[in-house]
Design a protein around this ligand. Structure first.
Ligand SMILES: Nc1ncnc2c1ncn2[C@@H]1O[C@H](COP(=O)(O)OP(=O)(O)OP(=O)(O)O)[C@@H](O)[C@H]1O
Length: 245
């Protein structure tokens, strides 16, 4: 629970397991995220971060464990629940034949309390390419549209899977400012990243996922001191070295 916030944690993943055939993607993953905070989730490729996010948004079912997002199990939760949750997945999931100029206002109309679309799009530099179909956008431009799509409904909790991967430095800086504002507005903001710099700049709390479990979680300072490290990079390598690739 966040200090001064009587609500339970916005995201509560408890002892999740999930296997794909013989491959165990999650082996007892426990992770929480609070309202009003940015939680950065780090971990090697294949550690289970995307699987955990997909379970949290109801796209996959765990084999075992418990999932609560805004107090509900997300799998099969109705439109009222989806209205409160934003998500940006790695593959974007955007329709290809539509322009950002048409897509974002359309999405905004699906939510009960949308943000100011023009303002959000402007923050992300989208007007410069808003008349180009998604199919023809660059990777970074598509990322920005996917991020806008995740935030357009003023979600109470938002899951962003590597939102700044492939963004240029200006866009990355703007996204960091934007996400801090989103969290300051009360949104539980869960961000997966491979960037220590990003996690140190952005996160109220971090979780390091290693081989399907959370190996360490807490503030950057707590994770560093727990690993006997002076910085997040050093802590990360201490927690992940020796884990098979
Ligand atoms: N649909 C699937 N079918 C089979 N295996 C899968 C599937 N989805 C994920 N996996 C496996 O589960 C493991 C965890 O994958 P996941 O995508 O959750 O990792 P990740 O931490 O998000 O990695 P990255 O940093 O590369 O994005 C990997 O070994 C992956 O190959």
């Amino acid at each position: 629970m966040n200090e001064g916030d009587p609500r339970p944690d916005a995201v509560e993943l408890l002892d999740l397991t999930r296997s794909f055939g013989a491959r165990a993607a999650l082996r007892g993953l426990t992770l929480s995220a609070r309202h009003g905070e940015v939680t950065c989730v780090l971990g090697p490729n294949g550690a289970g971060k995307t699987t955990a996010v997909e379970i949290a948004v109801g796209l996959q079912r765990p084999d075992g464990g418990q999932v609560r997002v805004l107090g509900r199990h997300p799998y099969g939760a109705g439109a009222a629940h989806r209205d409160r949750v934003g998500v940006m997945l790695q593959d974007g999931g955007l329709p290809q034949a539509v322009t950002p100029r048409a897509l974002l206002p359309h999405l905004a109309r699906l939510y009960s309390t949308p943000v100011d679309v023009a303002e959000l799009a402007g923050r992300l530099g989208i007007p410069a390419f808003e008349r180009t179909t998604v199919r023809r956008l660059s990777g970074g431009q598509r990322q920005r549209v996917a991020l806008a799509a995740a935030l357009v409904g003023s979600p109470e909790v938002v899951f962003l899977d590597e939102p700044t991967a492939g963004l240029d430095p200006h866009a990355r800086r703007e996204v960091h400012v934007l996400l801090r504002e989103v969290a300051a507005g009360g949104t539980a903001t869960v961000v997966t990243t491979h960037s220590f710099e990003e996690a140190e700049r952005l996160a109220d709390r971090v979780a390091v996922v290693v081989d399907g479990r959370v190996a360490a979680a807490g503030t950057v300072q707590e994770v560093c001191s727990g690993a006997g490290a002076t910085g997040l990079e050093e802590a990360y390598f201490a927690l992940t070295d020796g884990v098979p690739l």
